[in-house]
Design a protein around this ligand. Structure first.
Ligand code: NAD
Length: 264
């Protein structure tokens, strides 16, 4: 399978390049990233054939014969990129976060299943994180109060994380009986975090040294339950990314969430 990586010089993109390069069934044929355009793909990422340079734009994917593209770029460019992948019939695996519900509706229209092109968008590729969400959803009907604390490295540009919003949405679907916020006076604006689906409060911590972490706190009379997941290395996302790359061509149209692919 010929794979192109967009955002190839980024923290996630370079890790994806190495994972694709190390998979016997895949070939890394192109890397796109304007920040390192012209530099050698193998020297920047540690993967790819000698002589292949990082490209500045998406046209390189077609030129290299990529069948599947993996996109880890930024919320500013992902909408344009997705429209381009659909127009050129490239199967897309997207880890870039920050897409709204409205964006997802447009992407679903662009990736019409009848065209036979697949797109998997997953706010979190770490299988442990998906299990955390599933466990939180299972626990939700048994608790009246819940808060989510997500913690990420200090270069993350969007907040709250896509994973935190997805967790809150799944918990809100599983239970509508969440208690109301007792706070009458906010000494500092935002002290109670943002309010996500179901009225569940979401707190975003940004700290140098962290990768991606989340704790779901649930409380009811006389007991609390904490469900925590830590991605301590970007490698944690790679098994999920490779599963999506293998699956995407067999799933025409838009799939949101790797859990749909894993069946959890
Ligand atoms: P990063 O800033 O290290 O990398 C992003 C890269 O994209 C940069 O190298 C940048 O130059 C490049 N880029 C920007 N515009 C581009 C364009 N038009 N074409 C090609 N490349 C372009 O960021 P990161 O930490 O690697 O994260 C990237 C995205 O992945 C973020 O949205 C982040 O939230 C998300 N993320 C998702 C998961 C997941 O499991 N789904 C995990 C970690 C991070």
């Amino acid at each position: 399978m010929k794979v192109g990586v967009v955002g190839a010089a980024g923290r996630m993109g370079a890790t994806v390049c190495r994972s694709v390069g190390g998979d016997a069934g895949m070939e890394l044929v192109a890397g796109v990233d304007p920040s390192r355009a012209g530099d050698s793909l193998v020297s920047v990422t540690g993967a790819g054939r000698e002589g292949v340079a990082i490209a500045s734009d998406l046209d390189a994917l077609v030129g290299a014969g990529a069948e599947v593209v993996v996109d880890f770029t930024s919320p500013e460019v992902i909408r344009t990129n997705l429209a381009w992948y659909a127009a050129y019939g490239l199967h897309a695996v997207v880890g870039t976060t920050g897409l709204s519900e409205g964006d997802l509706a447009s992407v679903a229209a662009e990736f019409d299943p009848s065209a036979g092109v697949g797109c998997i968008i997953a706010p979190n590729f770490a299988i442990g994180a998906l299990l955390m969400i599933r466990f939180a959803e299972m626990a939700a009907p048994w608790f009246e109060t819940a808060e989510i604390v997500e913690l990420h490295h200090d270069a993350k540009v969007d907040a709250p994380s896509g994973t935190a919003m997805l967790t809150a949405a799944r918990m809100a679907e599983a239970s509508s009986a969440w208690g109301t916020d007792p706070t009458l006076s906010h000494v500092v604006a935002g002290a109670r975090g943002g309010v996500g689906p179901g009225g569940i409060h979401v707190h975003s911590v940004r700290l140098r040294g962290l990768v991606a972490h989340q704790e779901v706190l649930l409380g009811t009379t006389g007991q609390t339950l904490s469900i925590r997941h830590d991605s301590i290395d970007r490698e944690s996302f790679m098994p999920g990314v490779l599963i999506a790359v293998r699956a995407v061509a067999d799933r025409p149209g838009l799939t949101v969430g790797l859990e749909a692919v894993l069946g959890i």
